[in-house]
Design a protein. Structure first.
Length: 561
């Protein structure tokens, strides 16, 4: 009998390992396929992030925070700079960190679900295979939203994997029964130290991470109030966890102490309480949050956040967690989701903006775990229904095969929704809704990077466009100033040859009269050219440049306008 049980257990373990590996492979494929070309153009924030990542690396500057672009934590930028150095300046290297972070979230979500023992939240004997954890991981892996944000270079995508790792370590240390022997107690505290370390690191990822102490603090307070047994041990555990996270976050605390305006500048700018009608904004945000989660035709390709399967599971899961509110995993999941979604609800929103919904990204893992609980409950109810049906219909096959069949159907539904998500992203969004984001800046940068032997004179307005500026860093990493005399010397030294009949590229818009600020790109044989900022041209100088450009035949149109 024991041997048979071990065989069944081993089979289930192998199935879970194989299935999770398959889900990870599918998730990674959806996040890296055509990553260098889709999305078609860089989002403005992506380009700014890439420029900052390059500057931090080249200057050797170590800082926990950057104040430009409304203030941003820097851990993601250092990881981006590593990718840019390893793979060169490209869309792929700029987005690859996001793809990896999004992929790592999948197995971590599964492990957290197992650690929380979500299958034990159903009423009767739970179905095998850690079904809730598998369903949660599958749901996140094929989520259209998560696929989308794993394919653009936004720092927020780094928060979920670090948060999941933090929760996994915290739960292992907090809910492991204390042992009378010192080594086991020490091992348990090591988990809490690891959790505190990871929690401290999350503060360097994204603004929403500042809510995490509220999640853990509220949960621990409820734990101490509802269960006063072993209060001394739990108090020490809290201190170990909290002090470790504080120690790790000291560099950020010091930065904010030296720059107090950086602490709340962004939150004050977007808070609904900074507006004239905060209650009206709150109600509108609640309605809009519901709409983008469950209804189509609203945002980002017109698809809701949750497919039908995940949405049904989430609604049922909420009811299950509320029913079992006395159980610690239910309390934690509800706190995690409710507090995690508050940045979306309590901030002034442009619901048409691509990045708006990112403010609630800390709640996404909890949402899919709750959905996994709901779907597992649905599977369990079906299991009981089939069992009762077989009592009145003996000719039916055994219930065990039915339960496995039902679980397989759920997986197939999610895989089908994953196929739909892939179709919506690659075949619809990228070819319909995302058209018009424009790739003129990309084309312009590639054209200029291709001028390996000729000087290029371009308007400053074109050079400082974020995407163009970032991609030009491939061949022009140096920036300098130059006076007009040196400019004339450079142009005279770059005389026409038989191979290059035109001494320099003059790139001007179709209405060049208003252009007085220019940049001279001087290539170098080692690929480390220099972009020189020229002093503003006087009207006669600008006219002389225009006349010289018109005298160059034939003229080429690089881009319309």
């Amino acid at each position: 009998m024991k041997k048979a049980r071990r065989t069944v257990s081993s089979t289930r373990y192998r199935f879970q390992a194989i299935y999770v590996s398959l889900v990870i492979a599918v998730a990674f494929g959806l996040r890296v396929a055509k990553l260098n070309s889709l999305p078609l153009a860089l989002h403005m924030d992506e380009a700014i992030n890439g420029l900052d990542a390059l500057r931090l690396f080249r200057a050797g500057w170590i800082t926990p925070f950057l104040q430009n672009n409304f203030g941003r934590e820097t851990l993601f930028f250092y990881l981006q700079s590593l990718a840019l150095q390893l793979y060169g300046i490209s869309f792929f290297s700029l987005r690859f960190v996001s793809a990896l972070a999004g992929t790592f979230s999948i197995p971590l979500l599964y492990l957290v679900g197992r650690r929380l023992r979500l299958d034990n939240l159903v009423h009767s004997k739970p179905l095998p295979l850690n079904l809730a954890s598998l369903l949660a991981a599958t749901g996140l892996a094929i989520s259209y939203w998560h696929i989308y944000f794993s394919r653009i270079g936004f720092r927020a995508i780094l928060l979920p994997p670090l948060l999941l790792a933090t929760i996994g370590c915290f739960w292992q240390g907090w809910h492991t029964l204390p042992s009378s022997t010192r080594p086991n107690a020490g091992r348990r505290r090591l988990w809490l130290v690891a959790a505190g370390l990871l929690l401290g690191i999350t503060f360097y990822t994204y603004l929403a991470a500042r809510l995490l102490p509220l999640i853990f603090g509220t949960f621990v307070a409820l734990e101490l109030l509802t269960n006063r047994s072993d209060l001394k041990r739990k108090s020490v555990d809290v201190l170990v966890f909290g002090l470790t996270s504080i120690l790790v976050s000291i560099p950020l605390v010091i930065y904010f102490y030296q720059n107090p305006h950086a602490v709340s500048g962004r939150t004050q700018a977007i808070s609904i309480f900074a507006g004239d009608a905060p209650l009206h904004s709150l109600i509108g945000n609640l309605i809009a949050t519901f709409r983008v989660h469950f209804l189509g035709g609203t945002w980002l390709g017109q698809w809701p956040a949750l497919n039908v399967v995940s949405a049904v599971g989430f609604l049922i899961g909420l009811l299950v967690c509320l029913y079992h509110l006395k159980k610690a995993p239910c309390r934690f999941l509800l706190l995690w989701w409710a507090i995690g979604v508050t940045p979306t609800v309590f901030s002034r929103q442009d619901w048409a903006a691509t990045s708006t919904i990112l403010r609630g990204i800390g709640a996404w893992p909890a949402l899919f775990l709750i959905s996994g609980v709901g779907l597992t409950t649905l599977a369990d109810l079906s299991f009981k229904w089939i069992t009762n049906l077989r009592k009145t219909t003996p000719q039916l096959p055994n219930t065990a095969s039915h339960s496995k069949w039902f679980a397989a159907c759920l997986f197939l539904l999610l895989i089908a929704d994953g196929t739909l998500s892939a179709h919506n992203y690659f075949s619809v969004w990228a070819t319909t809704y995302d058209r018009g984001s424009g790739d003129d800046a990309v084309y312009l940068a590639r054209y200029l990077n291709g001028q390996t032997r000729r000087l290029s004179l371009i308007p400053l307005s074109a050079f400082k466009e974020n995407t163009t500026n970032l991609l030009l860093q491939t061949r022009y990493p140096n920036l300098g100033n130059i006076d007009l005399d040196t400019l004339h010397t450079l142009l005279e030294s770059n005389q026409p040859t038989g191979q290059e009949p035109v001494p320099a590229v003059y790139l001007t818009p179709d209405q060049p009269d208003s252009q007085t600020d220019f940049v001279l790109l001087v290539p170098s044989g080692n690929g480390r050219g220099t972009a020189y900022l020229l002093p503003p041209f006087t009207a006669p100088q600008a006219e002389a440049l225009l006349s010289q450009m018109r005298a160059t035949a034939p003229l080429s149109i690089i881009l319309n306008g």
